[in-house]
Design a protein. Structure first.
Length: 279
């Protein structure tokens, strides 16, 4: 008996769904703009963003010049956002802003455009061009709407993306050292600490920079070693002054001691002295 009721309920649900689908198909074929618009808004209010968006996409060119056009275009952009079509929602929110610059919905559209770009930002290991665009767009929003109700969320999104860019920069610089491109590692890690002072990665970046400088000096020809070991000593001194409690102090000290020993050795190497004098 219970099984029979379940079958009946399932059939009823299927029938209702079929009826709803049939009604929707009729709307798609309908030439009645008002009927389609009303249905699109109803679907939107119910959270059926696929059907609402499909109808609105057809309606937007037909509503041109009518009061409903503004709301239709904003809703259409948001149906894409709600369906996680973030590239499209960013595009259509921008289109809305350009079309209706004086609309009371422009602030929210600007925020949702920025949020669409934020959502589309890839993982730190990928190219971060989209992330940079998102950061710039969020900053534009914050500059334009200083007292916006969305400000706190926008600032939070910006901070998260900045951390992602910071992580990307550090990982990229560190990769040079992992690949034994020591000269490039020294330069990149130095640039990183300049660009991101106070970063959570600063201590690690400075230590790896010391490792890279020391390795670069060790693998260099004698004519270049004096300069490069001198730089290693300078990097060590900065490291020890900045991070006196670092867990890498002993290893850093070992590189420093060897660098000083190499500099002493090089004093007795005529070729190194001659090359240093010429430079």
């Amino acid at each position: 008996m219970r099984f029979s009721r379940l079958i009946t309920a399932a059939l009823l649900t299927g029938t209702l769904s079929l009826g709803a689908c049939t009604g929707y198909q009729k709307l798609l074929k309908s030439g009645n703009v008002n009927e389609k618009y009303e249905a699109a808004i109803k679907y939107y209010d119910k959270g059926d963003f696929f059907r609402s968006g499909t109808l609105l996409e057809e309606l937007i060119p037909l509503l041109k010049g009518r009061p409903e056009a503004e709301k239709a275009q904003f809703y259409f952009a948001n149906t894409n956002y709600q369906q996680r079509n973030y590239v499209l929602s960013a595009y259509y929110f921008k289109q809305f802003i350009d079309t209706y610059p004086n609309s009371p919905l422009v602030e929210e559209a600007s925020f949702l455009r920025a949020k669409s770009l934020y959502r589309d930002s890839p993982g730190y290991e990928l190219d971060q061009t989209n992330t940079i665009t998102a950061v710039e767009t969020i900053q534009d929003f914050l500059n334009t709407y200083a007292t916006s109700q969305f400000r706190t969320e926008a600032e939070s999104m910006s901070q998260e993306l900045q951390k992602k860019l910071e992580n990307k920069a550090f990982q990229s610089a560190k990769l040079y050292y992992a690949l034994r491109y020591n000269q490039a590692a020294v330069t990149s890690l130095g640039n990183f600490t300049t660009q991101y002072p106070g970063s959570v990665y600063s201590e690690q970046a400075d230590y790896i920079r010391l490792q890279a400088q020391y390795a670069w000096a060790k693998e260099s020809v004698e004519a270049k070693q004096r300069e490069r070991f001198t730089d290693a000593v300078a990097i060590y001194q900065h490291f020890i002054d900045t991070y006196p409690q670092s867990k890498n102090i002993r290893l850093a000290q070992s590189m420093y001691d060897d660098s000083r020993a190499e500099l002493e050795r090089l004093k007795s190497v005529p070729e190194a002295n001659d090359a240093a004098a010429k430079n």
